[in-house]
Design a binder for this molecule. Structure first.
Ligand SMILES: NC(=O)c1ccc[n+]([C@@H]2O[C@H](COP(=O)([O-])OP(=O)(O)OC[C@H]3O[C@@H](n4cnc5c(N)ncnc54)[C@H](O)[C@@H]3O)[C@@H](O)[C@H]2O)c1
Ligand SMILES: O=C(O)C(=O)C[C@@H](O)[C@H](O)[C@H](O)COP(=O)(O)O
Ligand SMILES: [Zn+2]
Length: 367
């Protein structure tokens, strides 16, 4: 077993650890009997992940005296839906899950968000454990307790805050991840640096494309998780500061809602959204253009979109995108909230965005 790092998420009696590294699964084994009192674990995963990783997880749990009962969902955003929720809650109830039990989410953000939400509502709340298998899920979605599904109206429009009991971010899982998914996950790492850690950005930028693998990636995963854990511990329910973690997401969720399903990855939309947040900050005279240039150059080096025009889907309409942003969950008093930047590592929250000005900005930025 290689070295495994533990990052605590301090939330009083709902505190938990994020165990990170190659071999985190085996390192977590002694903790598992305390989480699965009926010596069984219902594991929710998807059809891509099951043949790759379910056998290893089942073997480690068996070694801890826990029998596995898998539920295999279809991969893709369509599963993160009311239909997916109904299918999963039904499957949990058919297995007579008790409140004393926990269910395992073995997968990316789709499986984690859906399983966490199903755990939050089934019998008014059963426990859950996150075993994230994508880079995005390891650095972001498995930590912090935001769970939910997409609705017709937009991304994550039905959900609950429900914290996991344990997060096992075993980096061995991501060795089977397609490169496109790896790059998409990296967008949430660079997001952390751009929000509040300029030194981290310098380190990632210096590594260039090498940051996607090996030791630079291991360090980046740990840094991103620690950054997120710190913010979540300060503002679990997003009354204030946690909204910073939404840098790029007001644009991203509008892109995701407007594009055909699964045409763009969440992380790709976030990358383009971050670049736009920096450009909009420059347009308002609040951020040095050289910082926005650095962000775009870094995203290009990684092979991520660095503008709306470099996303895989290109048919955007500024008015429709801003109409989507008018429904964003962060908004207050009918005004759009955006996360902007005064520079690299200096994100801030503006709750009073002029929608007409934003439409005009986007009209010049979409091509
Ligand atoms: N809750 C949060 O805080 C939070 C944070 C960020 C993103 N999200 C949500 O997460 C979702 C995106 O998650 P994602 O990027 O992980 O996508 P995903 O869950 O759709 O997984 C991407 C693809 O990779 C496959 N896959 C997963 N692990 C694999 C592995 N180890 N090897 C090979 N293939 C594997 C999946 O089957 C899927 O096809 C979005 O719905 C987004 O809104 C939530
Ligand atoms: O944990 C958070 O807080 C985040 O905002 C993390 C985001 O990367 C993630 O995409 C999250 O699901 C967005 O949440 P939402 O509240 O904007 O739907
Ligand atoms: Zn995100």
């Amino acid at each position: 077993m290689n070295s495994v790092l533990t990052v605590p998420v301090g939330l009083g009696d709902r505190s938990y650890d994020v165990m990170i590294g190659d071999g985190a699964l085996e390192a977590a084994a002694p903790r598992l009997p305390g989480i699965f009192p009926r010596q069984r674990a219902i594991i929710v995963t998807d059809r891509h992940i099951a043949p790759l990783h379910l056998e290893r997880v089942t073997a480690v749990l068996a070694g801890a005296g826990i029998a596995c009962d898998p539920i295999v969902m279809e991969p893709g955003e369509a599963t993160k839906s009311f239909a997916g929720l109904e299918q999963l809650v039904d499957a949990l109830l058919e297995r007579n899950i008790e409140r004393s039990e926990a269910v395992i989410a073995l997968g990316g953000g789709v499986i984690g968000d859906l399983t966490g939400f199903a755990a939050a509502v089934t019998k008014r709340g059963v426990g859950f454990v996150q075993i994230p298998t994508t880079l995005l899920a390891q650095v972001d979605s498995s930590v912090g307790g935001k769970t939910g599904i997409n609705t017709r109206q937009g991304k994550n429009f039905a959900g609950a805050f429900h914290q996991p009991r344990l997060v096992i971010a075993d980096t061995a899982f991501i060795t089977t991840l397609p490169e496109r998914e790896r790059r998409a996950g990296y967008a949430e790492i660079i997001k952390a640096a751009l929000i509040g850690d300029a030194t981290m950005f310098d380190r990632l930028d210096a590594a260039g494309a090498n940051v996607l693998h090996g030791a630079p990636l291991a360090r980046a995963i740990a840094d991103a998780v620690a950054f997120k854990a710190h913010i979540v511990a300060q503002d679990e329910l997003e009354h204030g500061r946690r909204a910073l973690l939404n840098l790029g997401h007001t644009f991203a969720h509008a892109f995701e809602a407007e594009a055909p399903r699964d045409a763009i990855r969440h992380g790709e939309a976030v990358a383009a959204g971050i670049a736009l947040a920096f450009r909009y900050s420059v347009a308002r005279g609040e951020c040095p253009a050289s910082d926005a240039d650095r962000v775009e150059t870094h995203l290009r080096t990684i092979g991520l979109p660095w503008s709306a025009a470099t996303l895989a889907h290109k048919d955007w309409d500024a008015g429709r995108l801003v109409a989507r942003m008018r429904d964003d969950k962060k908004n207050q008093a009918g005004e759009i909230t955006l996360i902007l930047a005064r520079g690299i590592g200096k994100a801030w929250i503006d709750p009073r965005i002029d929608a007409a000005h934003l439409v005009a900005f986007l009209e010049t930025s979409l091509s």
